[in-house]
Design a protein around this ligand. Structure first.
Ligand code: NDP
Ligand code: GDR
Length: 328
């Protein structure tokens, strides 16, 4: 039975990846940080078969212990400070975790495996935010990186460090350049979930308005459940490599809002939406759309869930959750 260790098990992607690996017969381990992390119990409840280890990406010895106690064949480094807007407010913490944390994990793997570095295959969660002020459209693996936030800069560091460990030590290390992927498990600070949750609450009369920032930015949104399969596929190849994972379709925040409100029959949604400069970013990433042809050709990967289906899934899920909270 292969064994996998996942950092970021308490986030959106971690549980989807764990469920996917469990379905493939893996022994799955996860790293949880903090002395009293409330998400530990949620993960225990959702994924009783996953073994949890205490660890933090800023604390190498905790990572070495997690590696020693799990002895994985595959390490998926999903842990990060991942909210772009927050990364300006806490640039140092973002750098410590999202940038240096990758180096700490790579080095922990190297120390753990010693001379047998090929023993562990490593996945790094890189991001389309690395393209930032895009230099060409659509973006692919060789597109020049131009990050626009402390988060984006940190991901560029992690991306190149992953490549460097592959080239310096022959490590089986892959960097998945994933475009935005969403789900009902998405954190409420991200725009898709903020919208789906607000739409459900407005429909039920629990909220009057939805306050947003830039409605004109475009994103290439896919479904998280589809994207974790691509992570696994990368580690099943003979060599580590870098892959863009995206749908190839882009939509504005305005279109997202439109599809979400229409799902609950509120077609004249203008009256509910207000823009506030507080949600504008110091530097915006205006237009992302990925070219995932390399992943399609080499990994045989393609997305299954389309944009409207994804938004509907999220709105339906939030409606059900809000109704449950209301006791209806
Ligand atoms: P989330 O923000 O939902 O999850 C982030 C995870 O990182 C959480 O489990 C969090 O733990 C953990 N974490 C934060 N700080 C530390 C730390 N110091 N040590 C160990 N773990 C830590 O992210 P997603 O699941 O959405 O994304 C997974 C990864 O993929 C991230 O690296 C993200 O940057 C990247 N990515 C995501 C994309 C997306 O669209 N979702 C697209 C491209 C890349 P806790 O719960 O305790 O805070
Ligand atoms: P992003 O996701 O920054 O792309 O990073 P987010 O959903 O936060 O923003 C997407 C776009 O929506 C605009 N926007 C708003 N965003 C938020 N959060 N809240 C608002 O009120 C709002 N109004 C407009 C933003 O300006 C932006 O243009 C996500 C994260 O998961 C990263 O970790 C990951 O690497 C990238 O996706 C790919």
């Amino acid at each position: 039975m292969p064994t996998a260790l996942i950092t970021g098990i308490t986030g959106q992607d971690g549980p989807y990846l764990a469920e996917f690996l469990l379905s493939k017969g893996y022994d799955v381990h996860g790293v949880v940080r903090g002395q009293n992390n409330p998400k530990r119990d949620l993960v225990r409840e959702l994924l009783p078969d996953v073994r949890l280890h205490t660890g933090d990406l800023t604390d190498m010895s905790s990572l070495i212990r997690a590696l020693r106690d799990s002895d994985p064949d595959e390490v998926y480094n999903l842990g990060a400070v991942s909210f772009v807007a927050y990364s300006w407010e806490n640039a140092h913490i973002t750098t410590d975790v999202t940038a240096k944390g990758v180096l700490t994990m790579l080095e922990a793997v190297r120390l753990h495996t010693g001379d047998d570095l090929g023993h562990i295959r490593f996945y790094q969660a890189s991001s389309s935010e690395m393209f930032g002020k895009v230099q060409e459209t659509p973006q692919h693996e060789r597109t020049l990186l131009w990050p626009r936030s402390p988060y984006g800069v940190s991901k560029v560091f992690g991306h190149y460090m992953t490549i460097n460990y592959r080239e310096s030590y022959g490590m089986h290390a892959s960097s998945g350049i994933l475009f935005n992927h969403e789900s009902p498990r998405r954190g409420p600070e991200f725009v898709t979930r903020k919208v789906s949750r607000a739409v459900a609450r407005i429909k039920l009369g629990l909220q009057d308005e939805l306050v947003l920032g830039n409605l004109d930015a475009h994103r290439d949104w896919g479904f998280a459940g589809d994207y974790v399969e691509a992570m696994w596929l990368m580690l099943q190849q003979d060599q580590g490599d870098d892959y863009v994972i995206a749908t190839g379709e882009t939509h504005s925040i305005r279109e997202l809002v439109d599809v979400a409100f229409r799902r609950v029959g509120l077609d004249d949604w203008d009256r509910f939406v207000r823009q506030d400069p507080a949600f504008m970013r110091p530097a915006e990433v205006d237009h992302l759309v990925g070219d995932a042809s390399k992943a399609r050709e080499i990994l045989g990967w393609k997305p299954r869930v389309g944009f409207a289906e994804l938004v509907h899934m999220m709105v339906d899920s939030d409606l059900a959750e809000q109704q449950r909270l209301l006791g209806r």
